[in-house]
Design a protein around this ligand. Structure first.
Ligand SMILES: NC(=O)c1ccc[n+]([C@@H]2O[C@H](COP(=O)([O-])OP(=O)(O)OC[C@H]3O[C@@H](n4cnc5c(N)ncnc54)[C@H](O)[C@@H]3O)[C@@H](O)[C@H]2O)c1
Length: 273
């Protein structure tokens, strides 16, 4: 399967595009499809590493060190991307997560600061960055694609990490708002909601045994990979989804299809299938 050429001539910003998880793989996949990629990360080394990797494979990239939560960082991102590549066609908002801000706990145990920080890195920055990028897309006159990485935790009740679930649910709503407000300019906005993806953040959150148990409960019987998510981002970023906007795609190995009241999974039939 080749994606080559799907994003030829396009310029993509990947917010949180360094690191070792979904962000980095999104940067790689969009670059392999032909986009020039602005790899934005708060960690300079991570962004730089991705730039080197993409250029070594013959792609085009620029490393931008910025904090997406800050207005100054957001301004720097659009300016640096326009200076490097002259336009912006795709905005992939990948940065997010619980990060180091808090442990998982019931609502009454959360303090104000941790709540605010989790909303800032999962929801507020998407507002700031979208607000900066949309006028550029409108001015260019050739549409654009915004792709928000949300979470299965924004779709279902999310015990012990309410601020994260609230932020991701808000991001799903924001996705629909942008679809309605900017469709007339050919700007599409969609969301990808990962289930559980085997990244460092997840590996550290629970034990190996708990992880194995979790994988077994997934219909496809494995954890998601960063590439599973990045390919969905590519779909929404490219003309493959030219008539799709305001949608949220759960990329979760089938978890969300399960009947919620604990019916047993089917046993294999006589054929073993
Ligand atoms: N890993 C999962 O199982 C899972 C499940 C559902 C949703 N998600 C979502 O997927 C996204 C990616 O998660 P991941 O674990 O793969 O992370 P990742 O490995 O892609 O890391 C994200 C990058 O964002 C950067 N970053 C963090 N704060 C930043 C800031 N303020 N400004 C700029 N850059 C910043 C980090 O340095 C890191 O390189 C997140 O939005 C997360 O909520 C992940």
């Amino acid at each position: 399967m080749t994606s080559q050429g799907l994003l030829d001539g396009k310029v993509a910003i990947v917010a949180g595009g360094g690191g070792g998880g979904i962000g980095a793989q999104t940067s790689r996949v969009l670059a392999a499809a032909g986009a020039a990629v602005a790899v934005v990360d708060i960690e300079a080394e991570r962004a730089e590493q991705l730039r080197e990797e993409i250029e070594a494979r013959g792609g085009r990239a620029r490393a931008i060190t910025a904090d997406v939560r800050e207005q100054s960082g957001v301004a720097a991102i659009t300016e640096a991307t326009l200076a490097a590549f002259g336009r912006i066609d795709v905005l992939a908002n990948v940065a997010g997560g619980m990060q180091q801000h808090a442990k998982w706990q019931p609502l009454a145990d959360w303090d104000d600061e941790a709540w605010e920080k989790i909303l800032a890195i999962n929801l507020r920055y998407v507002f700031l960055l979208s607000r900066a990028v949309i006028p550029v897309m409108i001015e260019q006159g050739s549409g654009g694609a915004i792709v928000n990485i949300t979470s299965i935790s924004g779709v279902f009740g999310a015990p012990n990490h309410a601020p994260y679930g609230v932020a991701k649910a808000g991001l799903i709503h924001l996705t629909k708002s942008l679809c309605l407000e900017y469709g007339r300019y050919g700007i599409r906005c969609n969301a990808v909601s990962p289930g559980v993806v085997a990244t460092a953040a997840i590996a550290g959150a629970v034990s190996d045994e708990e992880n194995a148990e979790m994988w077994r409960s997934i219909p496809l019987e494995r954890a998601g990979t960063p590439d599973d998510i990045a390919q969905a981002v590519l779909f929404f970023a490219s003309e493959l989804s030219a008539y799709v906007s305001g949608q949220m795609l759960l990329v979760d190995g089938g978890v969300s299809s399960r009947f919620p009241l604990g019916l047993p999974d089917p046993e294999p039939g006589e054929s073993g299938a």
